[in-house]
Ligand binder design. Sequence first.
Ligand code: PLP
Length: 445
Amino acid sequence: MEKTEQKDKQYVWHPFTQMQEWVARPQKVIAAAAGIKLIDTEGNEFYDGVSSLWVNLHGHRKAAIDQAIIDQLGKVAHTTMLGLANIPAAELAKQLVDIAPAGLSKVFYSDDGSTAVEVALKMAFQYWQQQGKPGKQKFIALEQAYHGDTVGAVSVGGIDLFHRIFKPLLFTPAHIPTPSCYHCQLAADPATCKMQCATRLEQVLAEHHEEIAGLIIEPLVQAAAGMLMSPPGYLAKIREISRKYNILFIADEVATGFGRTGKMFACEHEGVAPDLLVLSKGITGGYMPLAATLTTDEIYNAFLGDYSDKKTFYHGHSYTGNPLACAAALANLKIFQEEKVLEGLAPKIAVTAAKLQKIASLDHVGDVRQCGLIIGIELMRDKNSKVSYSWEQAMGASVCLQARRHGLLIRPIGDVVVFMPPLASSVDELEQMLTIIESSIREIT
Ligand code: PLP
């Protein structure tokens, strides 16, 4: 075993990982990267098919982002935002407001998706306290939601495997069904159901809206639930219902933001402007930890007053608005503009869709879901009667392991093979990666 691997196994505790299994098996150590490939300590190259956990957009070692960080290092690496401003954080806030859906005018920084969700929840809660509606304290979330791993974010999550053990620690939101036609929790027929899943929101709000502070949702794609995708019109419909009953609409675009869905933000697909928008992951092009919670003048203004009024938002972290991360984020946005990244996505999305059609016809592929360059391929033991593989078979993990043998790094969520390549992947590279996925499924299932 090489030295780094040994040290890792002796000292490091990995996220979402059963360490007993980790230490028992040989593991790869990544030493370098180039373009959309990662290179291990033995010189083997792998396509980064999950964008290093859904963060990387323009590839690794992108010269413009490397340089922006180096330039900022020559000025200042970090300074607090308590009592001080800094140049990249102020410039980035302006640019985020410029590209965000209408009405979002203020930016509150934090460090990752989970902490940005905490900011949104606490802001929404405090907003109503200061609006003379102290009864509005609860949240509504989707049943299989995932909003991160800090305690507030876990509270509004719904994935049993991750959250059950912590239940005694958490506050309890009202849940509405996950809007996924393939896994419809209401056993409805999509052709005739008139989106009963959205109607459920109206039913809850008609009775309880005086107690509800806000609704939090991952627009279009419930990512960690297994890339479950809502039917067209769902997002706009629940936005409209939320407005009607005067609750805040929190869009968690940690996974969907920054071009992943084919537009800068998923909300744009249905003309939705949220009250709070949560961003992270792709914000720095996948380089540094940074997150932002954007909100409206109306919410911001509710926090204004003298310190003695006790309306201040008492929340923040040591690295809030870190200049290096903000410089990377500014370089990321510049690349979007200069390289016309969004404009270049259409052929990549189309080629992916064509390849996926072929994968969908495989014997053990039950469903294939695509939104832009977010893809979930759901494996089924029996696709006609929708019988899943057993947990012990770990079929999703086996397919991903096989893909790794062929030079592609992907990760499963249960039996859903997740493919979320960097936006910079060329049409050719996308075809190669999807070919690897196809043969890995054929070989393993
Ligand atoms: N929200 C969504 C929709 C996510 O997909 C994730 C992470 O996958 C998070 C929040 C949490 O982000 P982080 O892992 O950066 O804390």
